[in-house]
Design a binder for this molecule. Structure first.
Ligand code: SF4
Length: 322
């Protein structure tokens, strides 16, 4: 459904003509991460010390396959985040059911899906967790991404009678730096894993100076911690007050949100059903001037064969990456 709403022509190629197309760098790394995490929770991997190496093997493979990131800057930032995640992987507590398939009927439409993980936590609550290697979602992207979690929740509750407590993403690129405020509340700051020390540097610096540490010593400690991007390189005064937690972002399934998702399902499926499968011209490409061409040039599985993006790139050589 997301494909249809992103680009009709991509949907037509993928699901009507059944052209497989090619993968992209984010999809490849995402699959590698998912597979590894799944194997940890299935008990097939108990020692995760090779997780980081697996990531770098995959990145090397991408280079050989010529699957480029949009730019070196974007690549470096993504790799730093993933590097930190794979070096600091924590297995969550609780019982897990993985890749759970469900078939359900929502507003008269049949849907099939696979849920990354259902966690039964220490309070016997059932939570749905979806691991994400993408950047955090804001605005309309949050609504787009949230539909998947809502469908999982509705699908599971409709078919199994299980009540789902929380639906959430585990955002692999991010980590929460936590500390207790004077009023007793816990403050959590979500930062990119690859910039963990850089983003917290000012706070940590103030804290160390306040404790009476020497300015030069503080500068040296922070310089080392930042170059290693390592929380473990910070002194006890910081470790006693601050701690790190994996970054979970909960999505709220309000009545309004559920209604939007139900309408989205019905409208998308009806739009597909109302198109002529044998008339390619009915399946339009996305609007490059409105949407930009990042998706087309980087993510779409038909980017090497699509005549529309090829023509657009030829006419607008300077806009190719945007
Ligand atoms: S390259 Fe762009 S226009 Fe072409 S199929 Fe993919 S998303 Fe659609």
């Amino acid at each position: 459904m997301n494909t249809m709403n992103t680009c009709n022509f991509e949907y037509y190629n993928t699901y009507i003509k059944k052209n497989r197309g090619i993968s992209n760098c984010y999809g490849e790394v995402g699959s590698e991460m998912h597979d590894y995490i799944e194997n940890v929770y299935r008990g097939n991997i108990t020692d995760t010390s090779d997780f980081n190496q697996k990531l770098h093997n995959k990145l090397f493979e991408l280079e050989l396959m010529d699957l480029d990131f949009p730019s070196e800057v974007i690549k470096n930032s993504f790799v730093k985040d993933m590097d930190h995640f794979t070096k600091n992987f924590n297995k969550l507590d609780g019982e897990f059911t993985l890749e759970k398939m469900f078939v359900t009927n929502i507003k008269g439409k049949w849907l099939l899906g696979y849920i990354d993980a259902i966690q039964v936590d220490e309070n016997d609550n059932r939570n749905i967790i979806d691991w994400k290697t993408s950047s955090k979602f804001t605005g309309s992207k949050l609504v787009d991404a949230g539909r998947q979690l809502i469908i999982y929740k509705l699908g599971l509750e409709n078919t199994s009678g299980i009540n789902i407590n929380e639906i959430k993403w585990c955002m692999l690129k991010y980590i929460n730096v936590c500390w207790k405020l004077k009023n007793g509340n816990i403050k959590k700051k979500m930062v990119n894993r690859g910039k963990l020390i850089k983003e917290m540097k000012n706070t940590f610096e103030k804290e160390m100076l306040k404790s009476g540490m020497d300015e030069i010593e503080v500068g040296m400690i922070l310089m080392l911690a930042e170059s290693n991007n390592s929380f473990k390189d910070l002194p006890k005064i910081i470790a006693d007050k601050y701690w790190l937690e994996d970054c979970f972002v909960e999505y709220e399934a309000t009545e309004e949100v559920i209604k939007e998702v139900e309408d989205y399902i019905v409208n998308t499926i009806e739009e597909i059903e109302n198109k002529d499968l044998h008339n390619e011209s009915e399946w339009k490409p996305l609007d490059f001037d409105k949407e930009g061409t990042f998706y087309c040039n980087t993510l779409c599985s038909h980017r090497k064969t699509c005549p529309f993006i090829k023509e657009y790139n030829q006419k607008n050589p300077y806009k190719k990456s945007f």
